[in-house]
Structure formats: structure tokens, C-alpha cells
Design a protein around this ligand. Structure first.
Ligand code: NI
Length: 261
């Protein structure tokens, strides 16, 4: 049993490769029995819920990604709240800070929505899925000040900062998932993190449709079936048995995302 804890299955790109039903069937054929489809705005969160209702293997999270806040309309957060109460919604996400592009929403706007969605997760007793890009120190400081809202756990998804920074996020009780980039030759930081992380805090993802892992790096769209290459590489990096690691990763996901069945 294998799990992709963070994928985006709601885009039109999968129509070109047989449709979402075939994408899920291909994943199942490779032993990926659970996929957590992440929302990034209201429309994708709603679509993720529909996929979760249609496919047994799909669970979802609902939330506003920091780079998508320009789409936010009054009342959207109330709809996100309702989605989060769905039996297959396992987390509030993805939420966080993204300072990569100059035209991203302002840091003030990002912080406001990050805070509101952290509070929502706390109220609903759900974990959070955190996206953080080019904002390591800011994300850490922000979360340290709001540690109480992380009582139900959280995931630093597609973690890409330093191993030292990882230690600080570990002290906040967070878990970490790694995807395709951890298989890239030049991804020394991510690989060192995969090697150093305590086993119970490690999770596996694709973040598809982007970031396809080696040996299919560059192929678009990436799909949940490719999480097996991520996990095989993790086992190699950690010098662990791949079957045992798969079991560990599944247990870790069920512990963090406790609504997963
Ligand atoms: Ni994502």
C-alpha cells in the first residue's frame, strides 16, 4: 500500500492522458491505494470533494493557496469551512506563504489568510497542509507565534528548505513530505532531509501535475502512480527496505490525517 499525500487531480491536463478515471486506475495498478487531492482555491477544493465522493481512493483537503488569493471573494472561507467538515476532507490546505514571485499577493494579505485558515483548522480539530516557498524564516516565525493552532498537526509539503530549518519545524510538531525534487541529482538539501528525518515524520507525495520524479523527470503531467519512484529513492537514501518504508509511510499518513480510512 502506498499513498500520495499531496496531488492536484482537478486540472484539465489529465484529459489529455485518458481522463482522471484512468489516472486513478493507473495509480491503483501500482499499489497507490490512497491519494489526497489538495485544493488551492474554492473551485479546486469543491472539485476535489467531488472526486473524493466519486473515487474510494481519493481524499481531499480544502483551502486557499497563498498565490491564489487574488481569486478570493467574500464568503469563500465559509464555503471552505463547510467543505472541511466533509467526512473525506482530511486537512485544511494548502495554505501558507509564497514570496517567490513579485506579483504574488502582498505579504500582509498572505499572512491574514494563513492566520484565518490556521484558526479554522484549530476550530475544526484538523491538521494543516502548509505550502512555503522562499519564505522559510517568515513561515517559521509566523508558526512559532501561533504554535497553539498546530495542536492537530501539520505537514510541510514538498519540503525544500535546509535540514537545520527542518529541525526548527520539527520542534513545532510538524511532519514533512517530499516529492519529485528529492529524486533530482542536484537536490542535495532535500536528500539530506530525507536521510536525517525521524521515520515517523516522513511522508510521500507527487504534487502532480508538476515535478515529475526521475526517471520521468520533465514528463507532463506527473501522476500519483509516480510516487513509487519517490519512495524507492527515499528507501535508497535512507538505506531501508522499500516494502517496510511503504508501510511506515502509510502509517504516518494515517496518524497525521486521522480521517483517512
Ligand atoms: Ni500543491
Amino acid at each position: 500500500m502506498l499513498i500520495d499525500v499531496h496531488c492536484h487531480l482537478t486540472g484539465a491536463e489529465f484529459d489529455e492522458v485518458g481522463g482522471i478515471g484512468e489516472v486513478i486506475a493507473r495509480a491503483k495498478a501500482e499499489g497507490i491505494t490512497r491519494m489526497i487531492c489538495s485544493g488551492f482555491d474554492l473551485v479546486s477544493s469543491k472539485r476535489a470533494k467531488e472526486l473524493a465522493e466519486e473515487y474510494e481512493e481519493v481524499y481531499f483537503c480544502a483551502g486557499f493557496h497563498p498565490s491564489e488569493l487574488h481569486k478570493y471573494k467574500d464568503g469563500d472561507l465559509q464555503e471552505i469551512r463547510a467543505l472541511c467538515q466533509h467526512e473525506k476532507c482530511v486537512a485544511v490546505g494548502e495554505i501558507g506563504l509564497d514570496y517567490h514571485f513579485d506579483d504574488n499577493p502582498s505579504p500582509e494579505t498572505q499572512r491574514q489568510f494563513f492566520e484565518e485558515q490556521l484558526r479554522l483548522a484549530d476550530e475544526l480539530a484538523l491538521p494543516v497542509v502548509i505550502h512555503s516557498r522562499d519564505a522559510a524564516a517568515e513561515t517559521l516565525a509566523f508558526l512559532e507565534e501561533r504554535k497553539g493552532w498546530l495542536r492537530h498537526g501539520g505537514l510541510m509539503h514538498c519540503y525544500s528548505y535546509s535540514p537545520e530549518m527542518m529541525e526548527a519545524f520539527i520542534r513545532l510538531g510538524l511532519s514533512f513530505s517530499f516529492g519529485g525534487p528529492s529524486t533530482f541529482k542536484n537536490a542535495k538539501k532535500a536528500q539530506e532531509c530525507v536521510q536525517r528525518i525521524p521515520a515517523p515524520l516522513l511522508l510521500s507525495e507527487t504534487d502532480c501535475p508538476y515535478l515529475t520524479p526521475v526517471p520521468y523527470r520533465g514528463v507532463f503531467p506527473n501522476e500519483p502512480k509516480n510516487v513509487k519512484y519517490v519512495v524507492e529513492n527515499m528507501a535508497k537514501l535512507r538505506n531501508e527496505n522499500v516494502e517496510e518504508l511503504k508501510e511506515q509511510l502509510f502509517d504516518n499518513a494515517k496518524r497525521l490525517f486521522f480521517k483517512l480510512k
